[in-house]
Design a protein around this ligand. Structure first.
Ligand code: GTP
Ligand code: MG
Length: 313
């Protein structure tokens, strides 16, 4: 993960370490630059300010004098913050229901396909519900993924009621003793109240069969969205009480910091990350690999290769 993200963090050179320069002294300019680097990486203004203030405090208390040691302390600070969160998928109920939501094109259908594949690899028996009924193509796309993942598939006609598809899939899971139901939903703008209400209805319908469901409600965020991801996350969280985030397309962006900002603001952990378009390109979120990419630890190995600009700060 850090290798692929490392490649992608090119817009701030070799990550935070490269952008900030480690040979300098710890003055106000250092902290200002560090704040700017974090904000540029989309860590969010509030989170970045809090992190830099905590680092200042720590540097004073621990008599940290050089930038290298300060950046190492920041890395440790952020790791501790990220490791606090419970990132496990809670799919112990039989059947467990996973509702997958997000704006158009964020990677929901792909993520459902990859998740089904992962679950199959773990010896589980997922059923995929094609509850994006808006386009025939969406149903076909989901069916292709279900075949690839060797998973069962429940769909209705295009234009049908998404709640009814989810309901049937849960019934099918119970009847066939499948152990989880993955519900793909249509992309929708978080600002469209009627479409958000439709998602709430899908959830209510499922709850008629299993009151605790959905056991996971995952918002799929495209990492290249940048800070607007925060607005999306807030809106979906308000309607659905998200249990986790999936950040896709982390293989193609420098905007990896978003993850931290959203997690911190909403208290909803990133559980999975998409690192490509293949079926096995879905990973659990690994804070250490993520920070290595953000800080540019990978950049060190590659530092000898020519044409790696340390620019960006
Ligand atoms: N590079 C990369 N591409 C991805 C990733 N996840 C999804 N994609 C691509 O993003 C595009 C959209 O993915 P979909 O899964 O169709 O997105 P969606 O959210 O279901 O889209 P709608 O149903 O139209 O809202 C596809 O071309 C995917 O191959 C990822 O982790 N990395
Ligand atoms: Mg889709």
């Amino acid at each position: 993960m850090s290798r692929r993200m490392g490649r992608a963090t090119g817009s701030f050179g070799s990550g935070v370490r490269g952008a900030i320069g480690l040979g300098r002294s710890l003055d106000d300019a250092f902290y200002d630059d560090l704040l700017e680097v974090l904000i540029t990486a989309d860590c969010g203004v509030a989170t970045s300010e809090r992190l830099v203030a905590a680092l200042r405090e720590r540097a004073r208390a621990e008599h940290i004098r050089d930038a290298g040691a300060a950046v190492a302390a920041l890395h440790a600070e952020m790791l501790a913050m990220l490791e606090q969160r419970d990132r496990a998928l809670h799919l112990d109920a039989f059947p467990s229901v996973v509702l997958v939501v997000g704006v158009n094109g964020s990677g929901k259908t792909t993520t459902v396909g990859k998740m089904a594949y992962r679950l199959r690899e773990e010896g589980r028996t997922p059923i995929i519900a094609a509850a994006d009924t808006y386009r025939a193509a969406a149903i076909d796309q989901m069916r292709i993924w279900a075949d690839r993942a060797e998973s069962e598939f429940v769909a209705h006609q295009p234009g049908g009621d998404p709640g009814a598809v989810a309901y049937d899939a849960v019934q099918a899971a119970i009847a066939r003793r499948a152990d989880c139901v993955l519900v793909d939903t249509a992309g929708r703008l978080h600002t469209k109240a009627n479409l958000m209400a439709e998602l709430a209805k899908v959830r209510r319908v499922v709850q008629r069969i299993i009151p605790e469901a959905p056991h996971e409600t995952l918002l799929v965020l495209d990492a290249t969205t940048g800070m607007n991801a925060g607005n999306q996350a807030r809106a979906f969280h308000e309607v659905l009480q998200l249990t986790g985030l999936v950040v896709t397309k982390l293989d193609g962006t420098a905007r990896a910091g978003t993850v931290i900002a959203i997690e911190e603001e909403l208290g909803v952990p990133v559980k999975l990350v998409g690192l490509g378009e293949d079926i096995d390109d879905l990973n659990v979120f690994d804070p250490e690999a993520y920070l290595d990419a953000l800080f540019g630890v990978e950049g060190e190995e590659e530092a000898v290769s020519p044409g790696e600009p340390g620019a960006g700060a």
